[in-house]
Design a protein around this ligand. Structure first.
Ligand SMILES: Cc1cc2nc3c(=O)[nH]c(=O)nc-3n(C[C@H](O)[C@H](O)[C@H](O)COP(=O)(O)OP(=O)(O)OC[C@H]3O[C@@H](n4cnc5c(N)ncnc54)[C@H](O)[C@@H]3O)c2cc1C
Length: 397
């Protein structure tokens, strides 16, 4: 096959497809290598939160199966349940095969070349060229965007520093009779306390439910029995069909650098999933677009690319993830503080989390604004010992 491009993107998930689309739009010679036959299933809830929709440069309403304007968050141990509503969808439900393929098709239309069933086995760097060894021969590029997900072969074979935290998650695609499916319509449901350091969710799709569970603890969680209990709790007793899937989510970024030897890391390969929710599509899209933009603006000049991408991440995704990690501590590792906070101000906290999902506020705005909810709700002793606020954008804490 033809083997030399300006940029090769490895992986056609949201990070890779968005990067390829932006590069192709700018007239850069770009190819996407995808190991699977397309469209391919991806283990995922397929929930596109409002902030992901805002980040998307393309209209994907044709692959949206349901729009949820309502979210229900329940804390089972305390018997608390809160419902939030928004005029625009809090989460739009998709199946990832359709969603990812819609993004990739747009990239292809813009001029990106797509090689499917082309698995990268090894990446290497020599004399300003990156060589990718694949099951279909070797290919060369001036730059490579590693969008090959949580297990990134590109990053591993290039020896890039890791330090990510990969957590386990299960996703079951569950078909139930129509009368049972109807109960879940138009609401995204989240249930806490089913397992010690995680949560479960039920997302309604057109013909079935995507039901999942994750644990923020890397080991020691019996997710399968948590899932069995959850199906029971949801009243899914007459299951007609179930497909079981499991994978990992990286909830802590790599140590960096995120560009090295002409390789740019994006999405799960970089470790950019949200540490509070495990939601990864928003920052996959954003990082894919930022990586592409860094290449375009600097006309593929190595040193400038490195600086531009590092700067873009430091201004946007990385501080948001840092703040998210602090909030995740509160939610998953401080059960008594969490119970106290939700018992006192559960509705306000759920509204705040909904705002972040909907994209109308950021974690940083929540945590560091002078009159923020979390500042009000966090006990003084905790703030003094663990809370070191960074300056907000206007320089105020
Ligand atoms: C159970 C579960 C539920 C989740 N639910 C949600 C949710 O509801 N909403 C949300 O926002 N996030 C969710 N996530 C997280 C989300 O799925 C990821 O963060 C997101 O898919 C990351 O996108 P990406 O483009 O970086 O990587 P991916 O989507 O993983 O895409 C990587 C692509 O690279 C390809 N690839 C891998 N290796 C190679 C190779 N060697 N050569 C060629 N191609 C390769 C893969 O086939 C794949 O197509 C969930 C994750 C899990 C595990």
């Amino acid at each position: 096959m033809s083997t030399t491009y300006d940029v090769i993107v490895v992986g056609s998930g949201p990070a890779g497809a968005c990067a390829a689309w932006r590069l192709a739009q700018a007239g850069v010679a770009v190819a996407v290598l995808e190991q699977a036959a397309l469209p391919r299933y991806k283990t995922c809830g397929g929930g596109l939160v409002g902030r992901a929709m805002q980040a998307l440069p393309l209209d994907v309403r044709h692959v949206t199966e349901q729009e949820c304007h309502t979210a229900q968050l329940s804390f089972l141990r305390a018997g608390l349940s809160f419902t939030t509503h928004r005029p625009t969808p809090i989460i739009s439900m998709t199946m990832r095969d359709q969603f990812d393929y819609a993004l990739l098709s747009a990239a292809q239309t813009a001029g990106a070349v797509v090689h499917q069933q082309c698995a990268v086995e090894k990446a290497s760097f020599d004399s300003d060229v990156v060589t990718l060894t694949t099951n279909r021969g070797s290919m060369k590029a001036k730059f490579v965007i590693a969008a090959d997900g949580a297990l990134s072969t590109v990053a591993r074979t290039m020896g890039m520093a890791d330090g990510r935290v990969l957590i386990p998650a299960l996703e079951y695609e569950v078909t139930v009779p129509p009368d049972q499916l109807d109960r879940f319509q138009n609401t995204a449901r989240f249930d806490f306390d089913l397992l010690p350091h995680g949560y479960a969710w039920a997302f309604p799709k057109r013909q079935h439910l995507s039901i999942g569970v994750l644990s923020m603890a890397q080991r020691g969680s019996d997710l399968k029995s948590s899932m069995a209990r959850y199906l029971d709790l949801l009243g899914c007793r007459s299951i007609m069909q179930v497909e079981r899937h499991g994978f990992v989510i990286p909830i802590r970024p790599r140590r960096g650098p995120f560009v090295d030897k002409r390789i740019l890391l994006v999405g799960d390969a970089a470790g950019f999933a949200d540490p509070v929710t495990g939601e990864g599509i928003t920052f996959a899209i954003q990082s894919g677009l930022l990586a592409a933009q860094s290449l375009i603006e600097t006309h593929l000049e190595e040193q400038s690319v490195r600086q531009a991408y590092a700067h873009a991440l430091a201004e946007t995704i990385l501080p948001e993830l840092r703040t998210g990690r602090w909030l995740a501590q509160l939610l998953y590792n401080w059960p008594r503080t969490k119970s106290w906070a939700f018992a006192q101000h559960g509705q306000r906290l759920c509204e705040a989390v909904t705002d972040v999902m909907a994209g109308t506020r950021t974690y940083r705005e929540l945590a560091f604004n002078s009159r923020s909810l979390l500042k009000l709700l966090t006990p003084n002793w905790f703030r003094k010992s663990a809370y070191r606020p960074a300056p907000s954008r206007d320089g105020q804490v």
